[in-house]
Design a protein around this ligand. Structure first.
Ligand SMILES: C[S@@+](CC[C@H](N)C(=O)[O-])C[C@H]1O[C@@H](n2cnc3c(N)ncnc32)[C@H](O)[C@@H]1O
Length: 314
């Protein structure tokens, strides 16, 4: 790791200012996970290390945090946050570029058979959204990329949009994006791509906005929000990863270990809910949601749902 502030390198790319990612439902996650000093915790979506560094402080110097992220570019941010926590008496830590669905391999590479806690904070980080070059945002002009793992996923959003069938595109926009104009948007994308390759975020956003009825173009939520989210989820197979990741996490959890996950999308939350209902003693029967103050401070928190369960039998 370099000594340079990793945030500076993002800001230096002249694609706009970079927000620091604010961890969602942080005190609630610490309570749900019932963190004890000396425990081993896997943060499967370590991101910029906001949650992980707070967990590290709660685990104390004999604890261990293993942080995984599918996005190698974000790990220097986690390194910085966790180093600071460590210097202040927090847990030791190890970071790995891996999907949380690979949690078993990550642990066995470290010679660790099981862990006490697993935490997942799903979706994208503000750092990813704010980097125009990553192509996640319809607000910033950039390549239509949207891959969380640019080194291991060969198919970016532009390639996905080039090859997806009209029917599958409509299904993704309708089912994953819950986009009521899925049919119109899918047809507009198919027509546009027949004329020219869709390669930029603003180009795609423009096609989507023009496809929806005029009355729906200027609502509180940008008309491209749902489509961009749905395409991102498809490009990264986020729902498949979640199903594989929950099952893998359960296999490495020690008896009485806890799994907590924060979902921002109704289909993700449904997968987490179903999984815990079938296997866990649930710490939270109803999802924990953010209070008014957090939602006012951090609009991302509005859709967050935290669920947690205990693995009673190993
Ligand atoms: C909401 S952010 C996490 C933010 C983090 N809790 C913090 O406080 O900084 C979600 C992170 O999960 C990562 N991610 C998404 N899917 C993943 C997967 N299948 N495996 C590992 N990381 C993943 C993203 O790259 C992103 O960095």
């Amino acid at each position: 790791m370099t000594d340079a502030d990793p945030r500076a390198s993002r800001a230096d790319d002249a694609h706009g200012p970079v927000r620091v990612h604010e961890p969602v439902l942080l005190p609630e996650s610490i309570v749900a996970l019932d963190l004890q000093r000396g425990m081993t915790l896997v943060d499967g979506t370590v991101g910029a290390g906001g949650h992980a560094s707070a967990f590290a402080r709660a685990l104390g110097p004999d604890g261990l945090v293993i942080g995984l992220d599918r996005d190698a570019e974000i790990l220097p941010y986690a390194e910085r946050a966790l180093s600071l926590a460590r210097a202040e008496g927090g847990a030791r830590f190890v970071l790995r570029h891996a999907s949380y669905a690979e949690i078993e391999v990550a642990l066995s590479d470290l010679g660790i058979a099981s862990c006490d806690r697993v935490f997942l904070d799903l979706g994208v980080s503000s750092l990813q959204l704010d980097s125009a070059l990553r192509g996640f945002s319809f607000m910033r002009d950039g390549p239509l990329d949207m891959r969380m793992d640019t080194s291991r996923n060969p198919r970016d959003a532009a390639a996905w949009l080039r090859t997806v069938s009209a029917a599958e595109l409509e299904r993704v926009l309708g089912e994953i994006g819950e986009e009521r104009f899925a049919g119109r948007i899918a047809r507009a994308i198919v027509e546009a791509r027949a004329r020219r390759p869709l390669t930029s975020t603003l180009d795609l956003a423009d096609v989507i906005v023009r496809a929806v009825p005029a009355a729906a173009r200027h609502g509180r939520v940008h008309a491209a929000t749902r489509s961009f989210q749905a395409i991102r989820i498809a490009v990264n197979d986020e729902l498949g990863e979640l199903e594989r990741g929950l099952a893998a996490a359960w296999r490495v959890l020690a008896q009485d270990g806890r799994l907590a996950a924060i979902a921002f999308h109704s289909l993700e939350d449904r997968i987490v809910k179903q999984f815990l209902r079938e296997r866990a003693e649930r710490v939270t029967k109803k999802p924990v949601v953010a209070g008014d103050a957090e939602c006012a401070r951090n609009p991302r928190a509005r859709s967050a749902k935290l669920r947690c369960g205990i693995r009673r039998s190993a």
